[in-house]
Design a protein around this ligand. Structure first.
Ligand code: PA5
Ligand code: NI
Length: 192
């Protein structure tokens, strides 16, 4: 079966954290300038504390085609204004490379889009696998109130990260807390 849209399935095994970590990345509020919709809330929070939003535990492998880069991503719970904590998000530099995520803990969404502006926002919960096909930018968002969103990921060694495109344009879709719960809304600030 082939499919060029994201899809999910379930592997019901218990949660796990890696017994091997080669590199630990911490991303704080200050690394996310311009990414959250409510810039006033962002500046006010940052003035108070440079909060830790997410962490990545990487298992290092050679960054070449044929290898797989793996690790665990941990997005902490919280919001900037009404918008849930999230990763920076990126395209792969080699656009034609995919990625796979397995959700170990927590609840959230993967926000995705292609350079042509096709969008997908897929829910994430423990036991689910999310396949991000080649050419789809991806950002994980934690919507748990108190729990981390913990995912295992793997992607081709030669993929690379293009953060610049998302830094400039943002994603088309935002994940916000609304009066009746979680809302997926259009990003009024998305730049063509
Ligand atoms: O490669 C990936 O897509 C993930 O490992 C991410 O790097 C991780 O979730 C952190 O997100 P970002 O790289 O957008 O800061
Ligand atoms: Ni990626």
């Amino acid at each position: 079966m082939t499919d060029d849209r994201p899809f999910r399935f379930t592997i019901p095994i218990p949660s796990a954290v890696p017994s091997r970590v080669d590199h630990h990345i911490e991303r704080r509020l200050s690394a996310m300038k311009g990414q959250f919709y409510d810039t006033q809330a962002y500046e006010a929070m940052l003035a108070n504390e440079d909060l830790l939003l997410y962490e990545v535990y990487e298992i290092k492998r050679p960054e070449v085609a044929g290898e797989l880069l793996m690790g665990i991503s941990v997005v902490h719970p919280g919001k900037v204004g009404r918008e849930f904590f999230m990763t920076k998000g990126h395209y792969h530099t080699v656009l034609d490379t995919a990625e796979i995520y397995y959700v170990l803990k927590g609840e959230g969404f993967m926000v995705m889009e292609t350079p042509e502006g096709i969008c997908a926002v897929e829910p994430l919960s423990p036991g689910q696998v999310l396949y991000v096909p080649p050419r789809w930018a991806h950002r994980s968002v934690c919507t748990s109130r108190r729990e981390d969103l913990v995912t295992f990921f793997a992607y081709p060694g030669n993929a690379g990260h293009d953060y610049g495109t998302i830094e400039q344009k943002g994603f088309h879709k935002l994940v916000m807390e609304g009066p009746d719960g979680i809302e997926i809304t259009d990003n009024p600030r998305w730049r063509a």
